[in-house]
Write a new protein. Structure first.
Length: 373
């Protein structure tokens, strides 16, 4: 049993605890979260840290293949690995396992414990299944030359079934570049309704807005259920994630399982800075932040991005700030039984954030992160 404390513990799902104590076992599973009332009297076998203890982070939307490809090959004579390579035939030749472990090491050191991993195939399913992080694989429903709608949809479902049945992985569909095909849209909607699957609404065609995709999806739900589009959307019982580039003119009457996916890299044009404090508070439980390319970089500086986000929207509390990369994506990816908040029974990972302005309860430009577990 390990016992840790800090100036503040931020469970995220409940108010901050001054000088609180977290007790957890060797697997990282929390057994107790102790509110000391701010008075830390006991010190036996207690590790104390100056800073904040927060849950491990979750990146809800990224790709890992480019990172794996970019890791140098130990043997220059090894064949190149590409996205289209049949993974089952090449994994031993290409040192895939060691590359994947390196990916996990870098992400874990960046404080990440969970990923929404986007792909169009079953590459790395065995690695994800045996990996140290928690994965939800989003499989793209991609157009294929000469294939009809059913064949396109069926290919994606076969990949998902492989993930479920052979590797016990969480998997969902993305109607990626097939948004103009209403038949595929209806098939995807039927699948998500039947299997209670989270869905990301995204299109390769940049001219197609996420808002219009949401409307198309709700109309597909209406065709299936016989309800109106609004009623069908409101009764849909799985998370819906959709990227938005401008929130200033688009705020939904939010159901609990709709999430806005915002890129911190495109953050300046999201319209967040123009929203009132009341609206920000209203949507703080529905915002997900992602640097889309965590798989493209050797370092995923989420703490740096949180500092930027705080500087742009100072009205966000530390709790609201952290929700966007902890409990919100955990709910969106259906990982909240395991990750996203510091609660007994979970093994969410614990990050230490140092160099805090405790008088304002804010991050500073010098704030740093260390993954404790």
């Amino acid at each position: 049993m390990r016992r840790v404390s800090a100036n503040y513990i931020i469970p995220v799902s409940s108010p901050p605890l001054k000088n609180g104590i977290i007790e957890f076992d060797d697997s990282g599973r929390i057994s107790s979260l102790i509110d000391t009332g701010g008075n830390l009297k006991e010190s036996a076998n207690l590790e104390f840290y100056n800073g904040l203890l927060v849950p491990g982070f979750i990146n809800p939307y990224c790709r890992i293949e480019p990172f794996i490809i970019d890791i140098p090959r130990k043997d220059p004579h090894q064949p190149e690995f590409s996205i289209d390579t049949e993974y089952s035939e090449v994994r031993d030749d290409l040192g895939i396992h060691s590359r994947f472990r390196e990916l996990e090491r870098i992400l874990k050191n960046s404080g990440i414990c969970g990923l929404g991993s986007v792909s169009s195939n079953h590459h790395f399913f065995s690695n994800k299944s045996a990996g140290k992080l928690k994965y939800h694989s989003f499989i793209e429903v991609c157009q294929q030359k000469g294939a009809d709608s059913f064949e396109i949809f069926n290919h994606a479902v076969e990949v998902i079934m492989t993930g479920w049945n052979e590797y016990n992985l969480m998997c969902s569909l993305i109607p990626f570049d097939s948004c103009s095909d209403k038949e595929i849209a209806t098939l995807v909607a039927e699948f998500t309704v039947t299997h209670y699957n989270p869905v990301i609404l995204k299109c390769q065609d940049k001219s197609v807005s996420s808002e219009s995709l949401l409307i198309d999806f709700s109309e597909s739900l209406a065709r299936i259920t016989g309800k109106s589009a609004d009623a069908a959307l409101n009764s849909f019982n799985s998370p819906i994630i959709f990227p938005v580039t401008d929130l200033s003119g688009f705020i939904l009457e939010l159901k609990s399982d709709i999430f806005y996916l915002l890129s911190i890299e495109d953050f300046q044009r999201t319209g967040l800075m123009t929203l009132s404090k009341d609206i920000l508070k209203k949507i703080s439980n529905h915002i997900l932040f992602s640097s889309y390319g965590s798989g493209f970089h050797t370092h995923y500086p989420i703490i740096s991005e949180l500092i930027i986000l705080q500087s742009k929207i100072p009205s966000l509390s530390i709790n609201e700030l952290l929700r966007s990369c902890t409990i919100n994506p955990a709910r969106a990816l259906k990982m909240d039984k395991y990750l996203g908040s510091l609660e007994p029974g979970k093994a969410p990972g614990i990050n230490l954030i140092t160099n805090i302005d405790f008088s304002e309860m804010k991050l500073t430009e010098k704030s740093e992160l260390k993954a404790l577990i």
